[in-house]
Design a binder for this molecule. Structure first.
Ligand code: SF4
Length: 360
């Protein structure tokens, strides 16, 4: 009922033109399609997916590199499950495992460290992907590995941070976004203050959103109001979890273990100071120490993941969507994770949950 009321309010807004709102976080994308929130909105409000799915923004060369390390140095690769089916340039981690690479799936970095501690004769490389939300848990694991002197546990980092990526994306002349649904989980760690530059310097309306359908609709309402009033600002629509200063101990853990570095994002290219790697004093635990031949990643030529992650293209506009590329047989990263835009659109269109919400 509340959802219908909010949707009705949004439909009654007198928007002078079509406005474009990007949901930065893959969790928002999944919720929007799970509950078909996009179908409740007027045509004047367009939702775009953004670069907030950690699996999706991990470039092919990272997967190529992990496999090359396993092949040349016979290490165990410890990975989150989603990453296994992402196509690399030549094969996925899952295909590498089928031909004999030792690739193991863990739900957390701590579990992977537990395994390494029980297998001191094996070198274990943890494939660390994720944004600030995951990076702080990986920091805690690496601190434990260092304190316990677990030298057979190494981190191959593809961790990324959001503020500079959003700055780079929104500074691009070919991107037109009026408002951002900011990621609730990331902001719970970083605090809202790190995103204040978005409305101030780039004129983009911003609202931090939770992940329930009503959270998202209320946040879209907040953004539409800011855009209509031509008064972009930073709103916190997730006050029950997010505060201005964020989580100080998580930030401290990340600062102690990691330093910021330039990294490549799928679709966005190299972005200065938008990645996290181990500090040089912890080089013993850094899988960068494994020497391999240079990797030059390449993707399926027709895959449009890069354009989707920049809010340029919708999944249905990819010629491979739902035909050559499905969740069972993904050709690009956005079809793998449930937070990927292609997988979300493919899996949640016309779901039971969506129908229920629309009839509530
Ligand atoms: S449908 Fe598949 S190939 Fe096309 S953009 Fe999405 S993931 Fe890439």
């Amino acid at each position: 009922m509340l959802a219908q009321k909010l949707a009705g309010r949004l439909r009654s807004l007198d928007l002078p033109r079509r406005i474009r709102i990007m949901e930065v976080c893959g969790g928002h994308t999944a919720a929007i399609y799970r509950y078909a929130l996009h179908a409740l909105l007027p045509d004047t409000i367009e939702l775009l997916s953004g670069p907030g799915c950690p699996v999706c923004v991990t470039p092919n060369e990272y997967i190529d590199r992990a496999i090359a390390i396993a092949d040349s140095h016979h290490v165990v690769l410890a990975s989150f499950g989603d990453l296994l089916r992402v196509p690399g340039s030549h094969e996925s981690l899952s295909q590498a495992r089928a031909r004999g690479c030792d690739v193991r799936v863990y739900y957390s970095s701590a579990e992977a460290l537990d395994f390494a501690e029980t297998q001191p004769q094996r070198n274990v490389v943890f494939l660390g992907i994720g944004f600030e939300t995951t990076a702080c848990t990986i920091a805690a694991t690496m601190r434990r590995a260092i304190e316990h002197n677990v030298r057979n546990f190494k981190l191959l980092s593809a961790m990324k941070t959001m503020p500079n990526a959003l700055r780079a994306l929104l500074s691009s002349p070919d991107i037109r976004v009026d408002g951002l649904l900011l990621p609730g989980h990331v902001t719970a760690i970083t605090g809202t203050s790190v995103f204040e530059f978005l409305p101030r310097d780039l004129g983009v309306a911003c609202t931090v959103s939770g992940f329930e359908p009503l959270d998202i609709l209320e946040s879209i309402d907040s953004l539409a109001g800011q855009i209509l009033a031509k008064a972009p600002r930073l709103e916190n629509g997730y006050r029950r979890a997010v505060h201005s200063a964020g989580n100080a101990s998580a930030q401290q853990a990340m600062r102690e273990l990691f330093c910021e570095t330039d990294v490549t994002w799928r679709g966005l290219g190299a972005i200065p100071q938008s990645g996290l790697t181990l500090r040089s004093e912890f080089a013993e635990w850094d899988a960068a120490q494994y020497r391999i031949a240079a990797q030059h990643g390449h993707e399926h030529p027709a895959c449009r993941c890069g354009d989707i992650l920049r809010g340029h293209t919708r999944p249905q506009e990819c010629p491979l969507f739902g035909s050559a590329c499905t969740p069972e047989s993904p050709l690009g990263a956005c079809m793998v994770s449930s937070e990927g835009a292609c997988a979300a659109v493919y899996q949640f269109a016309n779901t039971h949950e969506a129908r229920e919400l629309h009839h509530a």
